[in-house]
Design a protein around this ligand. Structure first.
Ligand code: NAP
Length: 247
């Protein structure tokens, strides 16, 4: 079982992953920016937490080092930090674009850089999050698609760099999952149906789907996969939406 640092542990997917790993007997360091939320989750799971300023990558390295010293074992790192900006390019401001890159791509780079420094001796697994929007053109997703496309490129290069150290790097590309991030969409019945209809399986994803795949990628037993961007998206990025049931 991996000893895992979860960045963005207080988000919906980060929390689902933390619960899943702890239920499976793993050790987790909960990392995030909000001390009150971290503290509540830490009490629930009986695991430690660290509040991090994500504007520098040094804090991520310190978190990995702490977990390394606390638990040893196979090293896991999941970056569950992310944001969503739904705007066409022509009305996205420079500041908005920079914020999307900072939150989604810089944090992924900080995670890879920290793991590259600290996990090389022992091997491990890094799980990053991109989006179906990086694989398929979807209206009004220019900024987030750029950031998440960057995450996929980052992961592929890092997978090559760190393969000799048995340090694996994979990316999950979700379709629309019911989380805090997408609440404005799925809490509206009409918007939820419109979005579900874009997914060939005709429904939105659950955080448990994502936690399950992330836990699988982090598991040292599954150590023959690296450099992959896996669509966990009800078919959104690869399968035409269904029009009616097959006869
Ligand atoms: N849900 C979806 O449909 C979907 C689709 C495609 C990709 N994804 C990706 O999946 C990952 C998990 O997302 P989620 O759905 O679980 O979203 P979420 O519930 O909103 O969680 C996002 C996490 O990111 C943290 N965060 C946001 N901005 C930050 C910043 N500037 N600095 C530090 N932390 C910041 C949040 O911290 P707080 O808890 O303190 O707010 C939270 O922990 C993200 O990378 C997201 O882009 C999700």
């Amino acid at each position: 079982m991996a000893s895992t640092v979860i960045l963005g542990a207080t988000g919906t997917i980060g929390t689902a992953l933390a619960r899943r790993l702890v239920a499976d007997g793993g050790n987790v360091l909960l990392a995030g920016r909000n001390e009150a939320k971290l503290s509540a989750l830490a009490v629930e799971l009986n695991q430690p937490f660290v509040e991090i300023d994500f504007s520098t990558s040094r804090a991520v390295e310190d978190a990995l080092q702490t977990q390394f010293e606390r638990c040893g074992g196979y090293a896991g790192l999941a970056n569950c930090i992310g944001s969503l900006l739904l705007k066409p390019a022509h009305s996205t401001t420079d500041d908005e674009f920079r914020e999307v890159i900072e939150t989604n791509l810089f944090t992924a780079f900080a995670a890879v850089r920290a793991a590259g420094k600290l996990f090389r001796e022992r091997g491990g697994s890094i799980v990053l999050f991109a989006s179906a929007a990086a694989e398929l053109g979807i209206q009004n997703h220019e900024a987030i698609a750029a950031a998440k496309g960057g995450v996929i490129g980052l992961a592929r290069s890092a997978a090559a760099t760190y393969a000799p150290y048995n340090l694996r790097v994979n990316v999950i590309c979700p379709g629309l999952v019911r989380t805090q991030l997408t609440q404005r969409i799925w809490e509206s019945t009409a918007a939820a149906k419109n979005s579900a209809d874009l997914h060939a399986l005709g429904r939105l994803g659950d955080p448990a789907h994502v936690a399950s795949l992330a836990a699988w990628l982090l598991d040292p037993a599954n150590d023959w996969i690296t450099g992959q961007a896996i669509g966990l998206d009800g078919g959104l990025s690869r399968v035409q939406p269904r029009r009616k049931s097959a006869t």
